[in-house]
Ligand binder design. Structure first.
Ligand code: TYD
Length: 203
């Protein structure tokens, strides 16, 4: 697929190895001459990073938490993602709307349709061109996660619910997803799987 102007998101429960893979992938794609912007949610712009700090530090009620994620996302879309896509960059985002469905709806219990609606508002209906799901066994992921934030501290049952949320979202639109079961693969091997999909026409 043509990578310029495309949005790729990475999703997964904790400890799946998203950030290492994203770095490696970005480095490889940059070498081919494509401009790549790597960003993350919550965060990605100065204001969205401030909201990120607040969310990850303070315990919030579920609905307030949802609005914070969506506020951070709306800001991120308007000031970073849309402009970069327009400039022809490949934008790679560490977590996106599917995390909100998985965490705030499936795991926290907010209404799926409501979260979807707010996701659509915050993104002006923009959907990722590809979503890579690093699907690790939640127990292994928690063992691997190093810097525990308050979501990781919620424990195994919570992570299992999050995983169920990703599965549900993928089932709604399987073509958008690349589902990778993370076992013992090296980051290099994972990177090859993603590159192969990107080279194929199925995106
Ligand atoms: P982070 O430390 O970036 O976690 P990770 O390294 O696993 O990506 O913290 C982001 C946390 O925010 C993570 O636990 C998932 C959570 N999150 C939501 O609950 N909803 C969302 O919409 C997003 C984007 C993240």
């Amino acid at each position: 697929m043509e990578l310029r102007g495309k949005l790729i998101t990475f999703e997964g429960t904790e400890g799946a190895g998203k950030s290492t893979l994203i770095k490696l992938l970005a480095r490889k794609i940059k070498k081919t001459g494509v401009k790549v912007s790597v960003t993350r949610e919550p965060g990605g712009t100065p204001l969205a990073e401030k909201i990120r700090k607040l969310i990850l530090k303070e315990p919030l009620s579920p609905l307030a938490e949802l609005f914070c994620y969506e506020a951070s996302r709306a800001e991120h879309m308007q000031t970073l993602i849309f402009p970069k896509l327009k400039e022809g960059h490949l934008v790679i985002c560490d977590r996106f709307t599917d995390s909100t469905l998985a965490y705030q709806s499936e795991a926290r219990g907010l209404d799926w349709g409501l979260v979807k609606k707010l996701n659509q508002m915050a993104t002006s209906q923009k959907k990722p061109d590809l979503t890579v799901w690093l699907d690790i066994d939640p127990q292994k992921g928690l063992q691997r996660a190093s810097d525990w934030n308050r979501f990781e501290k919620e424990g195994l049952l919570f992570q299992k619910k999050v995983r169920k949320g990703f599965l549900k979202s993928m089932k709604e639109n399987p073509k958008r997803w690349l589902h990778i079961k993370v076992k013992e693969q090296t980051p290099e091997q994972l990177c090859e799987i993603v590159l192969k999909r990107l080279k194929g026409s199925s995106v």
